[in-house]
Design a protein around this ligand. Structure first.
Ligand SMILES: *[C@@H]1O[C@H](CO)[C@@H](O)[C@H](O)[C@H]1NC(C)=O
Ligand SMILES: *[C@@H]1O[C@H](CO)[C@@H](O)[C@H](O)[C@H]1NC(C)=O
Ligand SMILES: *[C@@H]1O[C@H](CO)[C@@H](O)[C@H](O)[C@H]1NC(C)=O
Ligand SMILES: *[C@@H]1O[C@H](CO)[C@@H](O)[C@H](O)[C@H]1NC(C)=O
Ligand SMILES: *[C@@H]1O[C@H](CO)[C@@H](O)[C@H](O)[C@H]1NC(C)=O
Ligand SMILES: *[C@@H]1O[C@H](CO)[C@@H](O)[C@H](O)[C@H]1NC(C)=O
Ligand SMILES: *[C@@H]1O[C@H](CO)[C@@H](O)[C@H](O)[C@H]1NC(C)=O
Ligand SMILES: *[C@@H]1O[C@H](CO)[C@@H](O)[C@H](O)[C@H]1NC(C)=O
Length: 502
């Protein structure tokens, strides 16, 4: 007991010191040695914009990916440094980080791999999974209303990933204040930074798994009444409905405004509405309570301190130069991919296999583009029977191994009202081809009885017949390309992508 209280008073002291020096902390150069903001400017100038476009796409599908990407950065950096190791799959001989108890319900891994596939298409072997993850966390935070920050790039991917290491390093959601302070101190972060980064719980969702101890096992009695006594009574009733005793797999939002990065998290914690023990424990310490109170108020420095914390976290244990590797697929080590690449590609494997469908000889796609507004359709019978030459073969390899292809879902259509002063209702429509692999043409949109009060350029968007509108006059939208327009009408037409050729 004595040693505990000594530890506790030391931590309080440490956090008091931190409070005093926080401004100096944020002034420190944010770059780890070997990283730079312009790292990919020559080797892959479009890297950041590709990541950004994909993050937009994922958030359109589910804004909660913002929480997922944030958690991924934390769970990657905290375990052996920011080296993309959290993305690796287990193998027959290794239990990877993803399998750790603390990583229960980890989301966003497949999405990072999708971004990686696009980057491999444009700049093979250049952009690390570790950097993609850092960029995705940054972009997603900003897109849901949070702060943004500049990131230094050039991290390389690690080759070790251990479930045990993850469970040893990451904080379990049952830690009390001093437990959290000690966990963060081990990575060089102070109490105030711990409280700041806990603010990431302003977005996202969680399985009930980590919440059950807060509701049913607070003192280890493990019964229906063993709830954190500091929890707001009505909130406890509400939470217990969402997370019945023993139900680890239900999913709930972890903040009252879980789709928006804001200060609500701190307000909730102050009102006894912290979801995890690690949330409500923040105000069990006087210093913690002061910081939480401060961050809960408009105009506080929460956003800027959060940004600084994420930058600092992103510098943990980075591999640079010739350390580590640049993976081809984020979920497997390079050598596992190289094993695949030793497969032979020869005549026999071509014309009749599914691979043949992916072959678009360079010559042919060029003539398509020059001569015809026609879609860049893949014409199976147009595949030459002869063996393609070296450069065509590389194209095939790329397509085969990274299994790039485009689907209708890669076309994103966003629409909404435009604020207008004239009193006439105006709406915008934006259609973007997010597929990293190919152009898409002949895009048709289900548009009902769409009509406009003021003309829209028919080459951009025109109604052919009922519920069939043609985009870009049928011409291809290049990869990452798009069109947008506005229309005036008495009501918004709900539109969706119907068909396209790719
Ligand atoms: C990694 O594991 C996931 C599911 O656990 C699987 O869908 C994916 O294909 C695996 N990736 C590789 C490269 O084997
Ligand atoms: C990480 O991987 C390297 C290279 O394979 C190896 O030498 C090292 O021992 C590993 N470290 C851990 C902690 O497993
Ligand atoms: C925090 O948790 C640790 C480890 O479970 C325990 O030893 C310590 O007494 C706790 N501190 C407080 C203030 O409850
Ligand atoms: C409840 O807490 C006790 C003490 O921390 C622990 O031993 C037990 O496994 C917990 N029970 C459940 C169901 O998590
Ligand atoms: C929980 O508390 C309620 C009301 O105080 C009581 O009726 C019930 O028996 C208690 N349950 C357990 C498992 O202690
Ligand atoms: C958890 O609860 C949900 C609904 O409340 C239910 O559909 C699901 O089957 C439960 N799962 C378990 C493991 O109890
Ligand atoms: C496919 O190619 C063949 C031979 O060049 C041609 O006759 C046919 O019209 C093409 N089909 C399509 C859908 O373009
Ligand atoms: C291979 O094909 C490409 C594209 O058609 C062409 O530019 C290149 O010159 C060809 N190379 C050889 C060695 O034939």
């Amino acid at each position: 007991m004595a040693s505990t209280s000594v530890l506790l008073s030391k931590t309080i002291l440490a956090s008091v010191v931190l409070l005093a020096t926080v401004c100096a902390c944020t002034a420190v150069s944010p770059h780890a040695a070997g990283l730079s903001e312009d790292f990919y400017d020559k080797s892959c100038p479009q890297a950041a914009s590709i990541v950004d476009a994909y993050v937009t796409k994922f958030l359109e599908k589910d804004r909660n990916f913002a929480g997922a990407f944030n958690r991924l950065q934390f769970h990657d950096c905290w375990v052996g440094g920011c080296d993309g190791s959290v993305l690796l799959n287990s193998t027959e001989t290794n239990q990877a980080e993803r399998e750790a108890h603390v990583n229960f319900g980890l989301r966003g891994v497949a999405e990072i791999d999708e971004i990686k596939a696009a980057l491999e298409h444009f700049c093979p072997g250049v952009v690390s999974c570790a950097d993609i993850l850092i960029l995705a966390a940054r972009d997603a935070t900003a897109k849901v209303g949070g702060p943004t920050w500049s990131v230094a790039l050039g991290r390389r991917d690690g080759v070790n990933s251990s479930a045990l290491m993850a469970d040893t390093n990451l904080p379990f959601p049952v830690l009390n204040f001093s437990g959290l302070v000690a966990n963060f101190a081990a990575k060089g972060f102070g109490a105030r930074e711990m409280i700041t980064l806990s603010g990431a719980h302003t977005i996202g969702q969680s399985h009930c798994n980590g919440i059950l101890p807060h509701l049913y096992n607070f003192t280890g009695r493990d019964d229906a009444n063993d709830t954190d006594p500091a929890m707001d009574k009505n909130f406890a009733v509400f939470l217990k409905k969402l997370c019945p005793q023993g139900n680890r797999t239900n999913t709930i939002f972890i903040d009252s405004t879980a789709n928006t990065f804001d200060r609500a998290y701190y307000k909730n914690v102050l009102q006894g509405k912290g979801i995890f023990i690690t949330d409500s424990t923040l105000i069990t310490n006087p210093v913690g309570k002061k910081v939480v109170t401060k961050f809960s108020k408009p105009g506080s420095s929460f956003f800027t301190e959060f940004a600084a914390g994420m930058v600092k976290m992103g510098n943990l244990g980075v591999l640079t130069g010739t350390e580590g590797e640049i993976r081809k697929t984020c979920s497997r080590l390079l050598r596992q991919n190289l094993g695949l690449e030793s497969l032979k590609l020869d005549d026999q494997e071509f014309p009749n296999s599914a691979v043949a469908e992916l072959v678009v000889p360079a010559d042919e796609s060029r003539s398509h583009r020059e001569l015809a507004p026609a879609p860049l359709a893949r014409n199976r019978s147009a595949v030459p029977a002869s063996h393609p030459n070296g450069s065509a073969l590389r194209g095939v390899r790329k397509l085969l191994f990274e299994t790039l292809s485009c689907a209708l879902q890669d076309l994103s259509l966003t629409q909404g009202p435009v604020s207008s002063t004239s009193g006439i209702l105006t709406f915008y429509v934006q259609i973007v081809n997010l597929c990293g692999a190919c152009a898409m043409a002949d895009i048709h949109v289900a548009c009902g009885t769409w009509a406009w009060a003021t003309p829209v350029d028919p080459f951009v968007f025109t109604r052919l017949v009922y519920n069939d509108c043609l985009v870009n006059n049928g011409q291809p939208l290049s990869s990452q390309g798009g069109v947008s327009f506005q229309y005036s009408s008495s009501a918004m037409y709900l539109m969706s992508i119907a068909i396209a050729t790719h």
